[in-house]
Design a protein around this ligand. Structure first.
Ligand code: FAD
Length: 310
């Protein structure tokens, strides 16, 4: 059995595994893809102390750092269930899709999240060359240009207000006939000169010139007329979905499916901690995920020190 088993090998999981192994305890990390979302990231300019890097390059360093320690790395494995220990301090069981089972005295869930996509033509083709999901990451690339934000909930309106300070112009496209954001945000957006809000707009295509985004087409659901806007960037803000389907009903989640953690990263299941984008911690960023991985590993180590069975 492991002392600490980390599920997920993005920045949060990698950080948790290193912090755990440095305590000299038997550590394993299991993931269906080493690197997580960072593998899908083209340019990274906000990983403090590294001016600019690319996702796969950062993942290679992450993996090299984890391999420097005595960590059992199990890649290409999908976890399908977690079973609580029979007694406090006992072994927690992790079931894999392959049918195999692993057990550990403590577990760190770091399974991350995925951005909900529009599923329209052009979205995949121009991902990273005009289509973005993270305003904190890619906003500065559009300085002086026009962009659209798709989605009029809190994250969409926050994104629009944030972008309005950097870019030339922001058009918010909301599918329904009203914005779903908090009033204070809506008011601020309405009072910002370079933000336009279009309701009843169904985005139908991201248009490009073959190498980068040049515009966006949407259907005006009120008039039934197709519209085109010329712009350089499209930020999709229609939701971030935590990867927690397989733990529903076992660990306490929010309505949106995020794992509820306390300040030490502890979840509702004894011995199970969580870190990164999968948790309730706000602001989904690499540096934040790494910090929370360290917190969860230290929290889990603390839990084990107090475990009467160990
Ligand atoms: P993830 O990176 O999502 O990793 C999750 C891990 O869990 C993966 O290893 C995955 O394979 C594994 N996993 C999931 N489910 C299972 C399962 N059932 N069984 C086994 N393993 C499982 N942030 C920045 O700070 N700067 C940027 O420039 C930036 N750009 C971004 C660009 C894009 C396109 C995207 C999508 C995100 C970007 N982000 C950026 C956000 C950043 O990537 C995330 O905040 C960060 O990766 C979260 O780390 P994590 O470890 O919590 O989860």
């Amino acid at each position: 059995a492991f002392d600490m088993l980390v599920v997920g090998a993005g920045p949060a999981g990698a950080s948790a595994a290193i912090y755990s192994a440095r305590k000299g305890i038997r550590t394993g990390i299991i993931a269906d893809r080493f690197g997580g979302q960072v593998m899908d990231t083209v340019g990274i300019e906000n990983f403090i102390s590294v001016k600019a890097t690319a996702g796969p390059k950062l993942v290679a360093s992450l993996e090299e750092h984890v391999r420097d320690y005595n960590v059992d790395i199990m890649s290409n494995q999908t976890v399908s269930n977690i079973v609580a220990a029979k007694e406090v301090g006992g072994l927690i069981e992790i079931e894999l899709q392959s049918g195999a089972k692993l057990s550990s005295h403590s577990v760190i869930m770091a399974t991350g999240a995925r951005w909900r996509e529009l599923n329209v033509p052009g979205e995949q083709q121009y991902r990273g060359s005009g289509v973005g999901f993270c305003v904190h990451c890619d906003g500065p690339l559009f300085q002086g240009k026009s962009v659209a934000v798709v989605g009029g909930g809190n994250s969409g309106i926050e994104a629009a207000i944030d972008l309005a300070g950097i870019v030339e112009h922001v058009t918010v496209l909301e599918f329904s006939d009203k914005l779903l954001a908090d009033d204070v945000l809506i008011q601020r957006a309405n009072n910002t000169a370079n933000i336009d809000i279009v309701l009843q707009a169904e985005t139908t295509e991201v248009v490009g010139d073959g190498s980068k985004v040049t515009g966006l087409r949407y259907l005006d659901r009120d008039s039934g007329v197709q519209q085109h806007i010329a712009l350089a960037g499209v930020f999709v803000q229609i939701g971030l979905v935590p990867n927690t389907d397989f733990i529903q009903g076992t660990i306490e989640l929010t309505r949106r499916g995020e794992i509820i953690v306390d300040e030490r990263g502890e979840t509702s299941m004894a011995g199970v901690f969580a870190a990164g984008d999968v948790t309730t911690a706000p602001y989904k960023q690499i540096i934040i995920a790494m910090g929370s991985g360290a917190t969860a590993a230290l929290g889990a180590f603390d839990y084990m020190m107090r475990n009467p069975l160990l």
